[in-house]
Design a protein around this ligand. Structure first.
Ligand code: IVH
Length: 691
């Protein structure tokens, strides 16, 4: 899944000394207040280069070198740790994981039968000292042997109670971080205070934890990953806790009222084989993009205390644990320009043009900037170094400017005074700006979309033809297409009898498209093809959809409390268009619709006899045989008709991969995860009656 990152090659002692200085400075900034000058990837590459140079030239090693030191030797503190707070060694893929496990089992002289697998939280390590059940002191990791007292933060950290459920004297270790909403809130507060923001949640958490004299308070979050009684504590409960497997220690921590990842989709598990470990690694990696907090890997530990004790520690890290690193989801690059576009629905959206940067497997050149308020909130300027975030299939987004990398040459971002498409006024009453003409502004884009292959599939209706019709005043929206007469079409330039008849026939066919496609053609904000199918299959008719209030709409899978009112408002805005479609005789029902099962209904209540019931199916490569002519969207429709769920990416949750000719990485991933792979022909056999 991940490869070992490349290294920064160093040519001579001068380059080596410069690299050491750069790494020392970057680590100092990173551990001081998170204002790093290098992103994680660049720092790792640099340290690897330093390491390689030192191996080849042991005589040149500088004492200030960050290699082999906790936190790159950047930080110190004055509160000694009772037990050192160490780093973790890394692995970068399945093979390295297997090598590490094999080495550990050789050392132990027996197989490990219980591995604990949990997310590696991307925050700051902290030691929370409880005395008789009361939170008495908070200490940062520092250099691993002594840290800094940050007890002033007590009371601002969600998940770290001031009292445990029992009057225990114990040290809890875990990670302090900011969730996405805490980060948003912290950025807004800082913006209001001094006009700047934090570069990312991690640096916001670092700065916040150490800050003592801020006039505003930002909330933090704690997730525990370990509990240690004091080494001198020989009481019975302390001895018992020390002897528990890691997984049971974590249950105990949760029972004390302290937050762990137990209640999240990436909860720690115990795996009895390395295959199961790898499977959980893949599951956590797949869930990463959906989490409201950052993770940068997966930590694999021996679960049993006896295994841990026997494996012991190296100078820097435990031998009984390792971190399986995931690819970086955030990098620093330059904001070159901001483009403004009016979309189909009239929304005016800014888009960042970036100096291209490799992120989670692809080159990112554009990233979303959401809306003008967001630009202001983040205090962005042209020419800024910015942190860009991208994970999985999530659209890349600019997170924040890296303010301390400013050179003074940055320029304000110009905010448009008029709609960039038609020049009319902008309605800026909402956060998302909109052309006052709404959908009319980009009517052509709406109609092209509605006529598209995955919506009404109107063959022969090219964009220039739509433009001609709009210019001639024959249509204003796509419903008007169904009222065009043969004469009106024949009157258009370059429109012969045959093409006219073909087009009229295509309009007739389009009227028979199922509700899912008609609904999709409306271009309701926040709903694409698969969401439209879900809505249509949930309600069965346009009447039922229009009668639904926000609460009823929320019953559709994937529609949350934010999206539901938007859908309702959009349907009100589109009422005249929908009425016109009804008048034209366009299909307003979903063929073969049956009401959805009541919550709590069992499989036997319905649906289970469909061949793909409960299955998540991914399609890749070129289809052949009976499926050859189907577009990807039609394949997805077929999967859903047959009771399955169509998905675009392979994960451990995938039940089936339909792999045609030229299937590439998805096939390899499915095979590595043990997901069943079938040919298009085999799949056609499975879903025959639904094609
Ligand atoms: S266990 C002896 N578990 O990763 C070290 N650490 O790179 C045992 N971290 O300093 C640490 N999530 O701050 C452990 N589930 C987890 C973790 C985790 C994040 C951090 C921790 C540590 C760093 C090492």
């Amino acid at each position: 899944m991940t490869e070992t990152p490349p290294i920064t090659a160093l040519s001579d002692d001068t380059a080596y000394a410069e690299a050491v200085q750069l790494a020392v400075d970057a680590a100092a900034a990173y551990y001081a207040d998170g204002t790093s000058t290098l992103d994680d990837d660049a720092y790792d590459r640099l340290v690897r280069g330093i390491q390689a140079y030192e191996q080849a030239h042991p005589e040149s090693v500088l004492p200030s070198s960050p290699t082999g030191k906790v936190a790159g030797g950047a930080v110190t503190g004055d509160v000694p740790h009772t037990v050192p707070m160490l780093s973790l060694d890394n692995v970068f893929g399945p093979e390295q994981l297997a090598d590490w496990a094999a080495g550990l089992e050789r050392r132990l002289g027996r197989p490990v039968t219980a591995w604990s697998v949990e997310p590696k939280l991307d925050g700051l390590a902290i030691s929370a000292r409880y005395r008789n059940g009361r939170l008495a002191q908070l200490v940062t990791r520092g250099d691993g042997t002594a840290g800094e007292d940050v007890s002033h933060a007590i009371g601002t950290i969600v998940g770290l109670p001031e009292r445990l459920a029992e009057p225990f004297t114990v040290e809890l270790r875990g990670e302090v971080m900011m969730t996405a909403s805490q980060f948003e809130d912290a950025c807004a507060k800082r913006q209001a205070h001094d006009g700047t923001t934090f570069a990312n949640p991690r640096s916001a958490a670092a700065g916040t934890l150490r800050a003592q004299d801020r006039p505003y308070v930002c909330e933090l979050t704690f997730f525990g990953y370990g509990a240690l009684p004091h080494p001198d504590d020989a009481s019975e409960p302390a001895v018992r806790l020390r002897e528990l497997p890691h997984s049971e220690i974590m249950h105990w921590v949760t029972a004390q009222g302290v937050q762990t990842t137990a209640a999240t989709p990436v909860a720690g598990i115990v795996a009895d084989t390395l295959d199961r470990v790898q499977e959980r690694v893949n599951e956590i990696a797949a869930a990463r993009a959906t989490l409201p907090f950052g993770i940068d890997g997966i930590v694999i530990k021996c679960d049993l205390a006896a295994d841990q004790a026997q494996a012991g520690f190296s100078s820097r890290a435990p031998r009984w644990a390792t971190a399986y690193k995931l690819p970086a989801t955030e990098k620093i690059t330059k904001l070159l320009a901001v483009e403004w576009n009016t979309g189909r629905t009239g929304i005016i959206a800014p888009r960042a043009v970036l100096e291209p940067v490799e992120l989670d497997g692809s080159t990112v050149t554009y990233a979303t900037l959401h809306n003008p308020a967001d630009i202001a909130r983040r205090g962005l300027m042209l020419g800024d170094s910015v942190t860009v975030y991208k994970a999985g299939d999530v659209i890349p987004r600019v997170e924040a400017p890296v303010v301390h990398l400013r050179t003074g040459a940055e320029q304000p971002i110009e905010i448009p005074a008029a709609c960039p498409s038609c020049g009319d006024a902008i309605d800026s009453s909402q956060e998302r700006w909109r052309c006052v003409r709404g959908r009319q502004c980009r009517a052509i884009a709406s109609i092209v979309y509605a006529a598209g292959r995955d919506q009404l599939d109107i063959e022969g209706l090219a964009e220039n033809r739509i433009k001609q019709m709009l210019d001639a005043g024959l249509i204003a929206d796509f419903a008007d297409l169904f009222f065009l007469t043969r004469e009106q079409l024949l009157d258009l330039e370059r429109m012969g009898e045959t093409s006219t008849d073909n087009l009229l026939a295509a309009f007739e066919r389009a009227k028979g498209q199922p509700l899912s496609r008609v609904f999709c053609a409306l271009g309701v904000r926040g709903t694409g093809r698969s969401m439209s199918r879900r809505i249509a299959r949930h309600f069965g008719s346009m009447d039922a959809i229009r009668l639904a209030d926000a609460e009823a709409i929320q019953a559709v899978e994937g529609i949350g409390p934010e999206k539901a009112p938007v859908v309702v408002a959009e349907l009100v805005e589109l009422a005249a268009l929908i009425d016109k479609l009804v008048k034209a005789g366009v299909t307003m029902t979903e063929p073969g619709w049956t009401p959805p099962a009541e919550p709590g209904a069992t499989e036997a209540d319905g649906g289970s006899e469909l061949p793909l019931a409960g299955m998540s199916v991914v399609v890749t490569g070129a289809m052949s045989g009976a499926l050859e002519a189907l577009s990807r969207n039609q394949m997805n429709e077929l999967i859903e008709r047959a009771g399955g769920k169509a998905s675009s990416s392979v994960s451990a949750k995938t039940s089936l991969l339909v792999a045609g000719e030229k299937a590439g990485s998805k096939r390899a991933k499915a095979e590595s995860l043990g997901v069943r792979v079938v040919t298009p022909e085999e799949f056609a056999g499975l879903v025959g009656p639904f094609i």
